[in-house]
Design a protein around this ligand. Structure first.
Ligand code: FES
Length: 163
């Protein structure tokens, strides 16, 4: 069978075309509605592609504007709204726990809150990038911000400020 006869990945019902890898590398991050139902953020960082739900599990912050930093040896996106840290590869929420707040100097450790942000599988084929949605039936907190209410613009995508 010649290479022309091989079905392209775009014919797969589960792999959704996001864009050309070269364009994603140049942009660093892109957002796309996948399968008409999910807003996904795809990022390129230090040679790796990552995909996760676009809005933060905490209160719907726009992760596409977050910084990427390493905490305890794990690569995270830092939500621009309230600075929650989410691992890029697993969608875990990380936080710093203090042993005893009455003891100085404070001794803190990084801990995991568990999986909070739904991450998706990224595949690159011949310079094209595809996302396969993580369709695990177990609820994940970021699912809340994939509902119609948050995807149609009726939700004000700005941090809540107390007055
Ligand atoms: S909305 Fe992301 S940290 Fe609050």
């Amino acid at each position: 069978m010649s290479s022309e006869e091989v079905s392209p990945p775009s014919s797969s019902p589960t792999m959704h075309f996001i864009g050309k890898k070269a364009d994603i590398v140049k942009a660093g991050r892109v957002t796309k509605q996948v399968n008409g139902c999910r807003d996904v953020l795809v990022m390129y960082h230090h040679g790796q592609l990552y995909a996760l739900d676009m809005r933060c599990y905490h209160a719907g912050g726009s992760l596409q504007n977050g910084d990427i930093e390493e905490f305890n040896g794990r690569l995270c996106i830092v939500c621009p709204w309230h600075k929650y840290k989410i691992t890029l590869a697993e969608g875990e929420g990380l936080y710093q726990a203090v042993d005893d707040p009455t003891v100085r100097p404070l001794r803190s450790h990084w801990r995991s809150k568990g999986i909070k942000q739904r991450v998706h599988k990224v595949t690159e084929v011949g310079g094209d990038v595809y996302v396969t949605l993580n369709d695990s039936s177990d609820p994940i907190e970021s699912d809340v911000y994939q509902t119609e209410k948050y995807r149609t613009g009726t939700f004000n995508m700005q941090p809540k400020v107390k007055t």
